[in-house]
Design a protein around this ligand. Structure first.
Ligand SMILES: Cc1cc2nc3c(=O)[nH]c(=O)nc-3n(C[C@H](O)[C@H](O)[C@H](O)COP(=O)(O)O)c2cc1C
Length: 218
């Protein structure tokens, strides 16, 4: 194992995000904590309209019991909450679908700011799959779907002049895995090929993996 060398101090670009002055052509923040998995959230509205939208401020946050969280901003130029947050809060349920490379165009279509009475499954040409432990629909084409019961919403601190973001937490109560992504009973990344968000308008595909056991396992 080679000893790594830290860069010289003057090789570091530093900025304080509280000032908003990052000193680069575009805000780099979303390019730094990468890749961010995409929680493709499906739900019903209280009026019975299906909804689907991608969220990359998203992750699994606990294993036992399994829990997930996604963070939602408000709609640009309005006070409106986004539909995924509202539906999760009003119906108590949502589904996290994992977007894979073959569904990237459909995911992108579902991110458009459609009104609450528009069904993004129809816009993106996707099929509603039945869940077992929640009524919310899942993306039937998705290789993985996590049925979730809404747990709580946490308001995040707001920047001056901005609406605060919220974090929506859910408990996973049902897990669907397409057996086609398994090899010997293990999830095979070369078959799964989930996509993830980088900064700007960049994405990546998980198409390889390496194995490294922790010191205590050796
Ligand atoms: C890959 C991707 C990731 C996104 N991540 C977020 C996010 O983390 N939080 C957010 O508020 N909006 C995010 N958006 C924008 C929402 O998907 C968009 O506002 C969408 O219209 C929300 O749909 P909804 O109102 O049906 O929930 C993302 C868009 C894309 C394409």
């Amino acid at each position: 194992m080679n000893k790594p060398t830290p860069p010289a101090t003057d090789a570091i670009h530093f900025y304080d995000p509280r000032t908003g002055a990052h000193g680069l052509p575009r805000n780099p923040f979303k390019s730094l904590v990468v890749p961010r998995p995409i929680g493709w959230i499906s739900s019903w509205s209280k009026n019975g309209v299906a909804n689907l939208g991608p969220y990359s401020f998203f992750n699994a946050i606990a294993e036992t019991p399994p829990m997930v969280a996604f963070c939602s901003s408000r709609r640009p130029k309005s006070d409106d909450f986004k539909d995924s947050q509202l539906n999760a809060e009003e119906t108590g349920e949502f589904v996290v679908n994992i977007c894979t490379e073959n569904l990237k165009e459909q995911m992108n279509i579902s991110s458009a700011p459609y009104a609450a009475d528009v069904d993004e499954f129809e816009k993106a040409g996707l099929t509603k799959g039945q869940c077992k432990n929640v009524k919310a629909p899942r993306v039937a084409e998705a290789a993985v779907a996590l049925e979730c019961k809404y747990y709580k919403t946490i308001a995040l601190p707001n920047a001056p002049g901005e609406h605060s973001h919220v974090m929506v937490l859910g408990s996973v109560v049902g897990i669907h895995i397409n057996k086609a992504i398994l090899t010997d009973g293990m999830v095979d990344m070369t078959k799964f090929r989930p996509i993830a968000r980088l900064g700007y308008w960049q994405y990546t595909v998980v198409d390889n993996a390496f194995w490294m056991e922790p010191p205590e396992a050796k």
